[in-house]
Design a protein around this ligand. Structure first.
Ligand code: FES
Ligand SMILES: [Fe+2]
Length: 353
């Protein structure tokens, strides 16, 4: 039984990563082979040949979009049906498991669970990734730590004060409490910092000098998406006049306690300033590396303490604890064969915590 929620959308790849070559990526402990058909539609199949489980991603794709396993030559059409094998004329009974996919705004979303439950309306709004008024950088970083640790990292940004003090953090972050909201399985938080010193990243990104106001609004769309809305303005400026940035994280469980850490960092100002784009991308990767180092150190401690010495929690953990609870509830519902999960949110009132 998977330790991961599978009935949900995960970021499986950025569009530019998938072409006419076969790409393997593990998703929720399953090997997945991504590729594009001649009409450019993207396909994802289980990366195990139904003959003797050789990875199909080590095979070949021909110009018609037929996928050939390069062990004994089974061939599959674009729908995953076996269309033949070289050594006999009758067709073997075999088909590939195909995963529901949505390609939107430069991202490829995959639903690794029950295809009957795949519901596009559950995808978060990513239109800003495709909005001419915005520019963004994006990529994916490998993380040797479990998905839950990344989720809790993002839902508790007080760590910016301690882990990222030379870029995006300073004392104001940890000193400012958050408001948390729960909407079904979704969790949000907001933090309003006013009249604070500008951390170096924002000083350079926005050309502002202290004091500034800084807002953080985070949204967790379970099981695997986190979006942070950032606004920074000279103190006393009304919110709409601030500098707007957004960060999207696709937290996609890979294999065992490893995670694909997809990221996109966008802004809606100075969108043609390539120097600023380069600076922001370098900073984003440096900040993510600090997180990766911390999460991998933390993973070792969790992995070697399976009995679980008691954890201590504080008020600023509230969003992270709610996020953890959402994932646990979704997993429990899935393992008990109950449908729903994110879709249930419409039936519940928003709960303030
Ligand atoms: S394992 Fe694929 S054809 Fe044999
Ligand atoms: Fe961080």
């Amino acid at each position: 039984m998977s330790q991961h929620v599978r009935n949900g959308w995960y970021l499986g790849a950025w569009s530019h990563e998938i072409g006419r070559t076969l790409k393997q990526r593990w998703i929720t402990d399953m090997p997945v082979c991504f590729y594009r058909l001649p009409d450019q539609t993207v396909t994802a199949v289980e990366d195990r040949c139904p003959h003797r489980k050789y990875p199909l991603s080590l095979g070949h794709l021909d110009d018609e979009g037929t996928l050939q396993c390069d062990y004994h030559g089974y061939r599959f059409d674009g729908r995953g049906a076996c269309v033949g094998v070289a050594e006999q004329t009758d067709r073997p009974k075999a088909a590939l498991r195909r995963f529901p996919l949505v390609e939107r705004d430069g991202a490829i979303w995959i639903w690794p669970g029950d295809p009957e439950l795949a519901d596009e309306s559950l995808l978060p709004d990513t239109s800003w990734l495709n909005d001419p008024g915005w520019t963004h950088v994006h990529g994916v970083v490998p993380l040797k730590a479990r998905h839950l640790l990344l989720l809790e990292n993002l839902l508790d940004l007080t760590h910016e004060t301690f882990l990222h003090p030379t870029s995006i953090g300073n004392a104001a972050v940890a000193a400012t409490p958050i408001d948390v909201t729960v909407d079904g399985d979704r969790v949000g938080f907001s933090r309003r910092m006013t009249g604070i010193e500008a951390p170096p990243f924002y000083e350079k990104s926005c050309g502002l000098t202290s004091p500034v106001d800084r807002w953080q609004d985070g949204e967790f769309h379970p099981p695997g998406v986190f979006i942070l809305h950032i606004r920074v303005a000279a103190t006393g400026t009304e919110e709409p006049e601030g500098f707007h940035m957004r960060v999207l994280y696709g937290m996609t469980p890979a294999r065992g306690n490893e995670t694909h850490d997809f990221y996109a960092l966008g802004r809606d100002y100075l969108i043609d300033d390539e120097e600023l784009t380069t600076f922001q991308h370098e900073q984003q990767l440096a900040v993510m590396q600090e997180d990766v180092d911390a999460l991998e150190a933390q993973e070792l401690m969790y992995a070697t303490d399976p009995g679980g010495t008691a954890e201590s929690s504080i008020k600023s953990d509230l969003a992270a604890l709610r996020g953890r609870r959402s994932l646990m509830k979704m997993l429990a519902r899935e393992q008990h064969g109950q449908p729903g999960q994110q879709g249930d949110r419409t039936a519940r009132p928003t709960e303030s915590v």
